[in-house]
Design a protein around this ligand. Structure first.
Ligand code: SF4
Ligand code: SF4
Length: 105
């Protein structure tokens, strides 16, 4: 007879509290960028990079603005690179080779 599996306990932390538990080895330079800035400022009306990012990395006030990129908050999920309708996200793993470390789900 097999043992009853333990149900993991979940703490109902806010997203901000959970993001705070993610540590990041900052390489000192962004591993994210836009390939062609003019595409963001002249063509893109949807800001899909902002819409999909779970960590509020991409920000811009207006569709005429170039996004700012708070790369230190990046969770390396890759969503922004696939969401951009212009394939305009330059995305690399951080040069430190370690990036984020997840301590708990
Ligand atoms: S979705 Fe792509 S083109 Fe639009 S602002 Fe973001 S990076 Fe730029
Ligand atoms: S990889 Fe994920 S967490 Fe990082 S900027 Fe893109 S969407 Fe945000």
């Amino acid at each position: 007879m097999s043992a009853t599996p333990q149900v993991p306990t979940m703490q109902n932390d806010s997203m901000e509290d959970r993001l705070y538990t993610v540590s990041y080895d900052d390489p000192g330079e962004s591993h994210l960028d836009v390939k062609v800035p003019d595409i963001c400022t002249d063509s893109c009306e949807t800001s899909d990079c902002m819409a999909v990012c779970p960590a509020d990395v991409w920000r811009r006030e207006d569709t005429d603005d170039l996004p700012t990129i708070a790369y230190e908050n990046c969770l390396e999920c890759s969503s922004c690179r696939f969401a951009c309708p212009y394939d305009n996200v330059s995305w690399e793993y951080p040069t430190t080779g370690s990036g984020v470390t997840y301590k708990r789900g």
